[in-house]
Ligand binder design. Structure first.
Ligand SMILES: Nc1ncnc2c1ncn2[C@@H]1O[C@H](COP(=O)(O)OP(=O)(O)OP(=O)(O)O)[C@@H](O)[C@H]1O
Length: 309
């Protein structure tokens, strides 16, 4: 148990002229949930597929449970669960049959009926994969990934397109895997999901790691006071009323943020100063609240707001 669940060092993957992964390194621990986050095209799926042994790296080193995903594929297969982005289930396979087939590959599988029920698929057990709804297809491939009681699972966007009920069921399953000591490496575009589920976050952009750390550390600090009011307030006048190190911005119009750097506490005194300034200027600060930095804030700070190809 001394090796990490996943160790990626200086990984490079190219597709012709496109360098999808440009020297990427991270470690995912056992018994923990590691979220790989990044904008579209950042290189997450390429990285995960190399770890799964589905793709060959151009350079770098990857170890999964201490083994090489290509050379040791045979040993790793029963120990690692995989939920690919594309589902990975033949279109004609019936849900129940597919899970029973997957179960047959493992020494001590979770009973297929248990998983079908857990993931709300019992009534669809006889339905061919292509006739399942998108959300049902997602849930079936999630079930297939965990049926063998793996030591490690890779989940590529496990909750994309799921309704809120199914998303919660998937989250509960991930939390149980973690509690059972299973390592989970997942990708997601839902920052709230990553914040809620993961112990560790790796943010990737343009094939490189731009942030890597415990989820709680990445979002620590950075409290802001936010409120709405009419557009065009004199933000420099408000800033002048505040302690040194506090800045006021308006973005977008009518949305104001007060952020303080250094030792200034975002406490009741600061709130009072802001509301006193508002009262003196006949401004009603609506939705006044202290905003804690979320993973989405960190993500956007690091990767920007531009759309990706
Ligand atoms: N088989 C392929 N052939 C050519 N280019 C590819 C291939 N697979 C991925 N790419 C390119 O590599 C880059 C990284 O893609 P990848 O799917 O790894 O990113 P991603 O972070 O998973 O993106 P998304 O969030 O959109 O799923 C993109 O520019 C993509 O177009």
């Amino acid at each position: 148990m001394d090796t990490a669940a996943v160790e990626v060092t200086d990984l490079v993957k190219r597709y012709g002229a496109v360098t999808a992964v440009a020297g990427l390194s991270f470690t995912a621990a056992r018994g923990a949930v590691t979220a790989l986050l990044g904008p579209n095209g950042a290189g997450k799926t390429s990285t995960i597929e190399i770890c799964e042994g589905f793709r060959r790296a151009d350079a770098g080193r990857v170890r999964v449970l201490g083994l090489d995903p290509l050379r040791d594929a045979h040993t790793l297969k029963p120990r690692v669960g995989v939920m690919p982005q594309s589902g990975g289930v033949p279109t004609g396979a019936r849900a129940g049959e597919w899970l029973r087939l997957m179960a047959a590959f493992h020494a001590n599988p979770v009973p297929p009926e248990t998983l079908l029920e857990r993931l709300g698929l019992s009534s669809a057990a006889r339905t061919p994969f292509r006739r399942l709804s998108g959300g049902q297809q997602q849930r079936l491939s999630l079930a297939a990934a965990v049926i063998g009681r793996p030591e490690l699972v890779f989940l590529d966007e496990p909750t994309a397109g799921l309704d809120p009920q199914a998303r919660i069921a998937a989250w509960e399953l991930v939390a149980e895997l973690r509690a059972a000591g299973v390592g989970v490496v997942l990708t997601t575009h839902y920052m709230e999901e990553a914040e809620r589920l993961s112990d560790h976050v790796v943010i990737i952009d343009h094939g490189r790691v731009v942030a890597d750390g415990p989820t709680a550390d990445l979002t620590r600090g950075g409290q802001e006071l936010r409120f709405r009011a009419g557009a065009g307030l004199d933000v420099s006048d408000l800033a002048a009323a505040l302690p040194a190190g506090c800045a006021v911005t308006e973005h977008p119009g009518g949305h104001y943020t007060v952020a303080c750097a250094g030792p200034t506490e975002l406490g009741p005194g600061l709130v009072a100063t802001v509301t006193t300034w508002c009262a003196a200027n006949a401004v009603m600060p609506e939705d006044l609240r202290v905003h804690r930095r979320t993973l989405e804030d960190v993500f956007l700070e690091l990767t920007g707001r531009d759309l990706r190809d």
